[in-house]
Every structure is written in structure tokens, then in C-alpha cells.
Design a protein. Structure first.
Lengths: 214, 214
């Protein structure tokens, strides 16, 4: 089924959540690029992406002010796009934009705002640009699209970790606890309100039951 | 929509994959129990569950030869069932079986085979029973049911880890590598053929690019 519109709800994307997607973009000399990138749903018709400066995607979006968000759950396609450049014949052209032939849905996004920031983490600082974009057109290839969000998995992983806290010595339990805290960070960054709340409840239960962990 | 049948494909479950579910069961004295448990899809009409001996679920299934598989993506419900006993009013009775009021779909399973085994891991050994069961009736409450499978998540996490291998010292990278190997175990246990293949490709790329990791 092909259905065109510009409301992100039709592809299952909810405001405030971040989805794992493949972004395709075009270079100034016509070269098609695809990279796995998290896309934040800002509203029903707006997204934001945080892109490292120096990347192909950054150069292409800065140059054209357009990018395509491809939604797929194909593990091999996601892997190929991460490990290296994919062949040119994986793409086709849709109204001047490079689109992956294989996806469950895609949408054309037009940049309406740019903001520079520096992302700091334990390994150093990296300059990034936040591109806010308007959804111009959504094309669905599947009746039901399931955009990939890590929130519910962060909850599931944490619950599995929680049940394992009963066994093992202090060091083992401390390591498990750190994994739950990592999942809490994931949920807070990408998840829904109830996924964040679930993680809070899990952490409270851990603190109540295992007072030695920190 | 309520649709009754006994083919697991109608709730999105595929042969060979393991799904995170909530199993509800009834004790000999009529007490309803719910626990988060992985359910292996053996065929379109058969599942298998590995249950620790000594658990309520084990006692109930051994006693009644019946259990209910509830499919839900509600993070708070999954959390409540893991952290403790849920209130009696979370259940209703369906043909003598306890079913969660809130779920996207559920199915009644009748045990047709039991096998005892001992699960060995780094923390000791635990006796378990593998119950193989026939799906007697599926009830769908949602048009589209998305059963929770950790396979694609294992791929996504591994790809995120892979991109982080470029930065950091040896110890950091070694820790990241161990996380990818953990995700490989998850994919092999619960995932689809292409999710397993994706993990293989990721590990091959790691070995090729970072020969110091082991």
C-alpha cells in the first residue's frame, strides 16, 4: 500500500520519542549516502536530528537542506549502512531525493532550523548540528509501520537484569546494577513517559531491596 | 477487534523466535498468578516455555496443564508483574483461565509434553521444566499485535556499540566488544535468521578492524 501524507502518527511515531532510522541524503556532486541515525519526533510534522560535523550526512544536509528518513526493521540493511557505504543500486530517486529501495516507509524532510552544539562525553567533545526539519511527504510501503524505538527494550533488559540481582556476589550484582542504570539513560533519552516511569520503578525496587548497591 | 483462531502468525509470532510475554496461570486453590516469561514459538500452533522448578508458574502449570500467554508492550504492566504480585482485579476469567484485562492479544495453551532439564550458568545450576504446549485459542484485542522480540534490539545495540569502538582506549574498547558479544548471544537465543546473520557480520567487521580485541 502506498499512502501519502505528512503526519508522523501514520508511521507510528510519537512526539518526544527518538527512533532508529536510516537517513539518506545527496551530495553536491550527486552521490547518494545512507547512514543509521536517530530521529527525534518533535511534533506530528516535525523532526530533529543531531548530526556530527564532518560526516557525509552533515555535509549533504547542510548543502541541500533536505534529507530522507527511511524506516526499516531489516537487520542486514541496518548493518550494511553502519559498516560501510552501500551500493548505488540500493537507492532510487524520488522527486530529486535518494530513497532506499527497501524500507517500510520513508519521508522527505526539509530543514527549517539549524543549531550548533558541542556534544560532551567521557571520550571528549564533538561538534554537532541539530537540524530541525518539516515533514514534506510520507510514503508508506507497508500497511503497518513499526518504527524502531529502544525504550521498551530498555525496560525489558532492565527487568531481566533485575531478576538476576538475586544471585551472585557483590561485584556481579554491582555490574548488573550499572547495566540497569545504562538502560535508564536509554529510556530517558529515547523512551515514552511510561517507559521512563517503568525504569524509575525498577530502580526504586533495586534501591529498596539491595541497599548495598550504588 | 476480537478475532479467534489458533495460528500464531496472526499475532506476529514466527517459528524459532522467542518472545517476551506475561504468562498467567491458576493455582490448585484458584489463585491467579502472572509472571514475565519468554515463549518460544515452535510452530504455527505450538509453543515451548522453560520454567524454573519451585516457581508459582511451575506449580500452576504442572497442576492444571494449562497456561495463558498474554502479549503486551505496556512497560508498567511488565514491570509490575516482575517486581511483585499484581492485584487480583488485573485478571478476568476466560473459559476457566486467568487472563490479564490489559493485553494486545492472548492465547490459551494446553501442555502436551514435559521435559526436565538443569540450566547451568556461571552462578550455579537450576532445575527447569520445558513445557511444550498446543495453542487452543488466540484472542486478539488489537488489529496489529507486535510481540516483543529482543533480536532486532540486539542488532541495534551492537551497531551503536560498533560505532563507539573508534574512540577510547583499549580497556574501553574491550568492554564495548564484550557488550557486542553479549548481544550476539541474545540474537542467537531469541532472534531471526537475518538478525543472527547481522550479528555475525558485525563481529566479523570488529575482528577485521580491531585485531587487538578478543
Amino acid at each position: 500500500m502506498i499512502m501519502k501524507n505528512n503526519n508522523l502518527k501514520t508511521v507510528g511515531m510519537e512526539k518526544g520519542q527518538l527512533y532508529e532510522t536510516i537517513i539518506s541524503s545527496l551530495s553536491a556532486n550527486g552521490r547518494k549516502n545512507a547512514a543509521p541515525i536517530g530521529v527525534l519526533c518533535k511534533s506530528e510534522e516535525e523532526v530533529a536530528v543531531y548530526i556530527y560535523q564532518g560526516s557525509h550526512t552533515h555535509k549533504n544536509i547542510s548543502n541541500s537542506d533536505y534529507f530522507v528518513v527511511n524506516l526499516t526493521t531489516n537487520p542486514l540493511l541496518l548493518t550494511e549502512c553502519t559498516l560501510g557505504d552501500i551500493p548505488a543500486d540500493y537507492f532510487y530517486e524520488f522527486k530529486g531525493n535518494p530513497v532506499l529501495k527497501e524500507n517500510d516507509a520513508f519521508f522527505i524532510s526539509r530543514v527549517i532550523k539549524k543549531k550548533e552544539l558541542v556534544h560532551e562525553n567521557e571520550l571528549g567533545s564533538s561538534p554537532m548540528t541539530v537540524f530541525t526539519a518539516k515533514v514534506e511527504e510520507i510514503v508508506k510501503n507497508e500497511d503497518v509501520v513499526r518504527p524502531l524505538n529502544r525504550g521498551i527494550y530498555a525496560v525489558i533488559e532492565s527487568l531481566i537484569h533485575f531478576t538476576r540481582l538475586e544471585i551472585g556476589d557483590f561485584e556481579t550484582r554491582q555490574n548488573i546494577y550499572l547495566k540497569i542504570k545504562e538502560m535508564d539513560r536509554v529510556a530517558r533519552r529515547v523512551g515514552s513517559a511510561s517507559e521512563k516511569k517503568a525504569l524509575q520503578e525498577i530502580l526504586e525496587a533495586v534501591h529498596e531491596k539491595y541497599k548495598d548497591l550504588e
